[in-house]
Ligand binder design. Structure first.
Ligand code: VAH
Length: 316
């Protein structure tokens, strides 16, 4: 990668990914885009171009002008939001993706877009979920993610576009909070532990899901994109995860720092239903073998990092 355009640059991943890429490749070589400019991150908003990914001509114009060698397509609606408006989700997640793939094909760009553990369904093996296995999700988000994986394979096979991607677990960050995700409780719990000392969780206490600290996610994107194409049997949709945990285990870890922290449960049936169809723990051996995936944050290190950063943010 030398010169990079990013869609969804103000999202949970996009925000920290854009900053990291500017540090690594130079601000002048990174073009952040998003459908709005609502951010206090001057470094990003000073460079940001407004782009609705459903507008192919707008995306094509920006690429012609900026002349990147890579597009990181991060713009998408997340799982719970997709269930609120499935047709809007299809429009943004799929028409946005096909536009980004077409722009990559026409301008010969290297391509990345994330898939998710949401691409699996009820019938997928829940533990040590294989890299290649059954994928019959019954959520609009999952349908979008499986379709996206297949589209990326198609553009690789048919048009020789260098499409790459990972299946992200729930991502945990303190700089940009996620919106509309099923795994968002794993972010909210840390903020509430500092702000109020108690948290009402929308998933059941024994709901195990794959999770990862945002720095490991950003490092994985960069490592995959810089990997030699010859070492990748398929560049697309690698299983990656760092932690398999439940709300109960997050609580136990937080109580090591804040003994009085309390949790109670008010289960959201929509997000519980989604979470129950997702795996508990992915097998990441292909990512480890093919491009050296190696997360650094376990639950203990994640918890210390999150609580320290949020305390600083709220000066507690
Ligand atoms: C969501 N955070 O909850 C996203 C992610 C694995 C979950 O795709 O929808």
């Amino acid at each position: 990668m030398k010169r990079i355009i990013i869609t969804g640059a103000l999202g949970q991943i996009g925000t920290e990914l854009t900053v990291k890429l500017m540090e690594l490749y130079g601000e002048e070589n990174v073009l952040p885009t998003d459908v709005h400019k609502n951010s206090d991150n001057e470094m990003i908003t000073s460079k940001l171009e407004i782009l609705d990914v459903r507008d192919f001509d707008q995306m094509d114009e920006l690429v012609k002008k900026f002349k990147p060698d890579t597009i990181l397509h991060m713009a998408a609606l997340l799982s719970a939001t997709c269930e609120k408006d499935p047709l809007l989700a299809w429009d943004i997640n799929m028409n946005g993706l096909i536009n980004a793939l077409e722009v990559a094909r026409i301008h010969d760009l290297k391509f990345f877009t994330p898939s998710s553990i949401g691409s699996f369904g009820e019938s997928t093996p829940k533990k040590n979920t294989p890299q290649t296995t059954i994928q019959r999700p019954n959520t609009m988000y999952g349908v979008n993610k499986v379709s996206g994986e297949l589209l990326c394979d198609y553009y690789y096979d048919k048009f020789n576009v260098d499409t790459r991607g990972v299946r992200f677990p729930g991502l945990i960050s303190h700089i940009k909070e996620p919106g509309g995700g099923t795994t968002d409780y794993a972010v909210d719990i840390y903020f509430e532990a500092i702000k109020s000392g108690k948290y009402t969780c929308f998933l059941e206490e024994e709901t195990y899901l794959d999770m990862m600290y945002i720095d490991d996610a950003i490092d994985a994107i960069i490592k995959l994109m810089e990997a030699d194409a010859k070492s990748l049997s398929t560049g697309n949709a690698f299983n990656i995860t760092a932690i398999s945990a439940s709300p109960k285990e997050f609580t136990t870890e937080i109580k090591k720092h804040i003994p009085d922290f309390e949790i109670d449960y008010d289960v959201d049936p929509v997000r519980q239903k989604i979470a129950d169809t997702w795996p508990e723990q992915l097998d990441c051996s292909e990512a480890e073998k093919q491009w050296g995936f190696a997360p650094k944050y376990d639950l203990e290190k994640l918890t210390t990092t999150m609580l320290t950063a949020i305390k600083e943010k709220y000066k507690k």
